[in-house]
Structure formats: C-alpha cells, structure tokens
Design a protein around this ligand. Structure first.
Ligand SMILES: CCCCC/C=C\C/C=C\C/C=C\C/C=C\CCCC(=O)SCCNC(=O)CCNC(=O)[C@H](O)C(C)(C)COP(=O)(O)OP(=O)(O)OC[C@H]1O[C@@H](n2cnc3c(N)ncnc32)[C@H](O)[C@@H]1OP(=O)(O)O
Length: 223
C-alpha cells in the first residue's frame, strides 16, 4: 500500500498505483468527507497563548512575500487579519481584477487561499508554527470583483501536532451572505521546516531581515 495512503488511513485497493486520467490513483483517494476534519473526541480544547495579540489587534504580515498577507506581493491578497477572542481571528479580503477566474468573479483557488491564510493566522493565537495539511472548501455563492469578503476562523481542537480549524467568509460584512467556508487540518512544524525546504535565495533574505527574524523568534520560544 502506498505510504501516504497508509499514513492517512485512506482506503487503497488493487491497482491503486495505476494512473487515472494521468493522475496516480494512489494520490486520488475518495474524500473521507467533512467529518474527516472534525477534531477527534480526545482532542484538547484550543488554548489561547498568554502572549497572543489582544482582541482587535491587527496581526500584521508574518512574511512580506506572503501571497495572502504580504505587502511586498503586488498581486497578493493583501489581507488584513485581526486577533479575535479565544482562538479566533477575523480577516478582510477585497477581490481585485487580478483575482478573477470567470469575468468579474473571484477565482476559487484565490478564495481558498484567502481561507487558508485566515486559518493559518490562528498560529498567532496559539503561538505555534503550523502548515496546512488538508483544506476542504465549500464555495456557496459567487464572489464578484470589488467585493470585500469578511472572514472568520476558529480553532476547534488540538490533537498532538494536529490543529483542527474552521473558517467562513461573508460578502460585504460580518453578517452578510455566506460565500465560502472551509475546514482544515494544520500540522505543527518547527522553524527548520522553512529553512530546510524553502529556496535558499528567499531563506537567506528572510534570515537577514531583522523584522522577519523577530517574527520567527516569537514562534520559536513557544514552550
Ligand atoms: C525563516 C523564515 C521563517 C518564516 C516563517 C515564520 C513564522 C511563521 C509564523 C506564523 C505564521 C502565521 C500565519 C500563517 C498564515 C498562513 C499560512 C498559510 C499556510 C500554508 O499555506 S502552508 C503551505 C501549504 N502546506 C504545505 O506546504 C505542507 C506540505 N506538507 C508537509 O510539509 C508535510 O506533509 C507535513 C509537515 C504537513 C507533515 O509531515 P511530517 O513528516 O512532519 O508529519 P507526518 O507526515 O508524520 O504527519 C503528522 C500527523 O499528521 C497527519 N497528517 C499529515 N498530513 C495530513 C493530511 N494531509 N491529511 C490528514 N492527516 C495528515 C499524519 O497522518 C500524522 O498523524 P498521526 O500522528 O496520527 O500519525
């Protein structure tokens, strides 16, 4: 059985290494469904870190080059993310013409990126560095260019290195019509996840930037 399928407990049958439509069958198992992302019954309730930013405080960018929140990405989402109560964050993302999929409408992948960024920002509340392992999105209604999407994300449980969370995005205001939602599983990593895997050029520049090192250090000292 392929290692990845065994590791994630996914069903893999005979011939699973065959290609289906040019994609390895082993990489396209049936989705276990939304329940697959709910925290297990023995998961711990998320705990807000004592040094987490106060509710209402802008989180700022964790990396200038980030597609989601970086100010140094001309075509990025330029998301403004704010600490919430408990282990929650809120975010705003205004869809620009460069984010289109169909004429005048946001691309689904861009909307998924906005959800991913919002969910990833829960790291600030937990003071844990984590990367997206799995992200399952629902696109409930089209999102026109010019729309400001109001997003919220909440951590739903922590089981070892696994951080379960959920997010939604509403059109025009926090109580506007629901447009997108997602459930996610983030996996806690150490800082060396980035230094080992990132392209040397960007890693070198990040480590030479005192502001970036300050952000990284804040997460590194997490007990
Ligand atoms: C120097 C510069 C530093 C810059 C950064 C500084 C600070 C950052 C601070 C703050 C960040 C703030 C905001 C962030 C905002 C947004 C960020 C967006 C987030 C992203 O956009 S991030 C990019 C996309 N993301 C990836 O690029 C991940 C690629 N991937 C991997 O790197 C590995 O795949 C990894 C590490 C995920 C796991 O690898 P691994 O070897 O460490 O661990 P392992 O495989 O053993 O998994 C452990 C347990 O998780 C289960 N598990 C794993 N994956 C699963 C899955 N997909 N589904 C179901 N379960 C899964 C296993 O089943 C096992 O479960 P069990 O323990 O029960 O067996």
């Amino acid at each position: 059985m392929p290692r990845c399928a065994r590791r994630h407990g996914l069903p893999v049958g005979k011939g699973s290494r065959d290609k289906v439509c040019g994609v390895s069958a082993a990489t396209t198992p049936p989705s276990p469904g939304r329940q697959g992302l709910a925290p297990p019954p023995d998961a711990a309730a998320p705990v807000r870190h004592p040094d987490a930013p106060a509710p209402g405080e802008p989180l700022g960018s964790h990396y200038d080059g980030c597609f989601g929140c970086g100010t140094g990405q001309p075509h990025g989402l330029h998301m403004a993310i704010t600490a919430g109560e408990g282990v929650c964050v809120t975010a705003e993302f205004t869809v620009r013409p460069e984010h289109q999929g169909a004429p005048g409408l946001a691309h689904g992948g861009v909307l998924a990126a906005a959800l991913d960024e919002t969910l990833g920002s829960l790291s600030w509340m937990l003071r844990v560095i984590a990367v997206t392992g799995r992200l399952e999105s629902d696109f409930v209604r089209p999102v026109p260019v010019g729309t400001t999407l109001h997003l919220t994300a909440r951590c739903t449980g922590v089981a070892g290195r696994k951080i379960h969370s959920t997010a939604e995005g509403r059109i025009g205001g926090p109580d506007g019509p629901l447009a997108v939602r997602a459930d996610a599983l983030f996996i806690k990593v150490e800082l060396d996840h980035f230094t080992r895997n990132g392209r040397a050029e960007e890693i070198k520049a990040a480590l030479a930037d005192p502001d970036q090192v300050k952000v990284a250090r804040a997460f590194e000292v997490n007990p």
